[in-house]
Design a protein around this ligand. Structure first.
Ligand code: F6P
Length: 535
């Protein structure tokens, strides 16, 4: 599949990215995509017109268009779970009838959003209260997709917060829930238990702890617990009344679920109108993805840049670097979205894949990362494609000078990665500092930057709910396109199961209720240590 691209890669691997701009004065425009409020610039990569042609040909070869439509139309593209993949419907509750298993899903979706909005209105106005009065705090208990999306979006939209304070508990480590509950009031806290399955051990353990805390603090779980789940049975078994349950269907994957009931904490924080704007942003990206030709299609070009860097150039990781403090959980969110979706080793038909699949995704906000790991990005021996995100303006007009500096740093980094600094340039610098001879060269070598390190930049006017919706849908579709090209199922996650199973068998061993016989030597030794330390 990648042979043509591998050949093209050997042709261009010695090319200096900066020279591509000299050859083509319109490169910046020609190698970027504009859609709505967003500009995606991939000109600081080695992608040439020939490479791009070969990359877009992959979309044809892999039938991306047909598979994309199958997804939007409710085909069971998650073949290992025999499920449709319809998170896109969540952001279009007012769309036309959409049939799944013979029934229209749009009407129930609309009803759910309206119920969420009614509840959010009552909580935010103080009409719905706890025993201590209006809800001051919301604690969302969930993990994975039932946590990362709501956390990321709530933080991102901080300037729009006018509802109760939102807290997020995910880790089964008791320290997490302890440190949050100790600073809030059990009589004015609304607890949301967010779990698609409502069986996830971390979430159910935290939910039970929260319920005990509410009871002990004079609260009333019947009034103060909400459930977001696909399982009516499990939510009922936990004792949450039906009117407090917001359901969704199994065609919403956990890591794609922030657009529906799992996003309730976001809606409580920023209000229904802003949440609708977030959905509308996502929907606008869907429409663009479905209609734009490959070369002008932002998710497609973002995906093809990923395929180029990972599968063709062989760079095994990519760094997501938002120059946007409020996107500080975006890298963690994308880790789940991309690595749980595309971290697979077999093709849809079960055969082993002959090429690497999803890259390791990691990152931190700029400028913080600059003072931590950028050293390696600039001078390390590994090439790590950097994906920058930045807003043209911030939300604090009185701090515009901060924002200008932030933007300058972001642009400086992509330029520095591309340009580098030659030995000759470094020698000039060192000579100016008074160095000479062998010492001059020794000092200069430490100051050489190889350059030619690829990066992309996604720039947007301001991080509004609509723009956030566009950005998240952009990355979702990127993952989809990469998955289709790689020929894998991006919508299952069997790789998380084995660890879960073993944790269940280990729990009684850690508690000392069962012998560790049959376990490997390392596990036995670690268990001995825990027991000796008095767990
Ligand atoms: O362990 C992985 C996973 O299944 C994720 O895919 C999911 O987002 C998370 O666990 C939480 O699952 P649930 O929402 O069912 O509690």
């Amino acid at each position: 599949m990648l042979t043509v691209l591998k050949t093209l890669h050997s042709d261009v691997c010695s090319v200096d990215i900066i020279d591509l701009f000299d050859k083509d004065p319109n490169r910046a425009e020609g190698f970027s995509v504009r859609f709505g409020d967003l500009l995606f610039d991939y000109s600081k990569t080695r992608i040439t017109p020939e490479v791009r042609g070969a990359l877009t040909a992959l979309c044809e070869k892999r039938d991306v268009a047909a598979k994309r439509e199958a997804m939007f139309q409710g085909g069971r593209i998650n073949e290992t779970e025999q499920r449709a993949v319809l998170h896109t419907a969540l952001r279009d509750p007012d769309g036309p009838e959409l049939l799944v298993d013979g029934g229209d899903i749009r009407a129930p979706l609309r009803k759910t959003v309206e119920r969420m909005e009614a509840l959010a209105g009552r909580v935010r106005s103080g009409e719905m209260q706890g025993p201590g009065g209006a809800f001051t705090d919301v604690v969302n208990i969930g993990i994975g997709g039932s946590d990362l999306g709501p956390v990321m979006a709530t933080l991102a939209l901080a300037p729009y917060h006018d509802g109760p304070r939102c807290h997020f508990v995910s880790n089964v480590d008791g320290a997490h829930i302890h440190d949050i509950l100790q600073r809030i009031d059990p009589k004015t806290t609304l607890v949301i238990v967010a779990s698609k399955t409502f069986t996830t051990i971390e979430t159910m353990t935290n939910a039970a702890t929260a319920r005990r805390w509410i009871e002990a603090g004079g609260g009333d779980p019947a009034q103060q617990f909400l459930a977001l789940s696909t399982s009516e049975e499990e939510t009922a078994a936990f004792g949450i009344p039906r009117k407090h349950v917001f359901g969704f269907e199994d065609w919403v994957g956990g890591r794609y679920s922030v657009w529906g009931p799992i996003g309730l904490s976001v809606m409580l924080a920023v209000g229904p109108e802003n949440f609708r704007a977030f959905l509308a942003g996502g929907k606008s990206m869907d429409d663009h993805f479905r209609s734009a030709p490959w070369q002008q299609n932002m998710p497609v070009m973002l995906a093809l840049t990923g395929i180029w860097h990972n599968q063709v150039c062989g760079y095994p990781t990519r760094a997501v670097l938002p120059y946007d403090q409020r996107l500080r959980r975006l890298p963690a969110y994308l880790q789940q979205l991309e690595m749980e979706s595309n971290g697979k080793s077999v093709a849809m038909d079960g055969s082993p894949l002959p090429y690497p699949t999803g890259p390791v995704v990691w990152g931190e906000p700029g400028t913080n990362g600059q003072h931590a790991f950028y050293q390696l990005l600039h001078q390390g021996t590994s090439v790590i494609p950097a994906e920058f995100l930045v807003a043209a303006k911030g939300h604090e007009p009185e701090l515009a000078h901060h924002h200008k500096l932030l933007v300058a740093n972001c642009l400086a980094q992509s330029e520095a990665l591309m340009r580098g600094r030659s030995l000759e340039e470094a020698c000039v610098l060192m000579r100016a500092k008074g160095y000479e001879g062998a010492e001059l060269e020794r000092q200069a070598r430490h100051r050489v930057f190889p350059g030619n390190r690829p990066s992309t930049t996604l720039i947007y006017p301001q991080l509004t709910p609509h723009v956030l919706g566009q950005i998240i849908a952009l990355y979702e579709h990127r993952v989809f396109v990469e998955g289709v090209i790689l020929g894998i199922n991006s919508f299952d996650q069997w790789g998380v199961e084995l660890g879960k199973e073993l944790a269940n068998t280990l729990a009684p061993l850690v508690a000392g209720e069962k012998s560790a016989e049959g376990k490997d030597g390392s596990t036995r030794a670690l268990l001995d240590f825990v027991r000796e330390a008095g767990n």
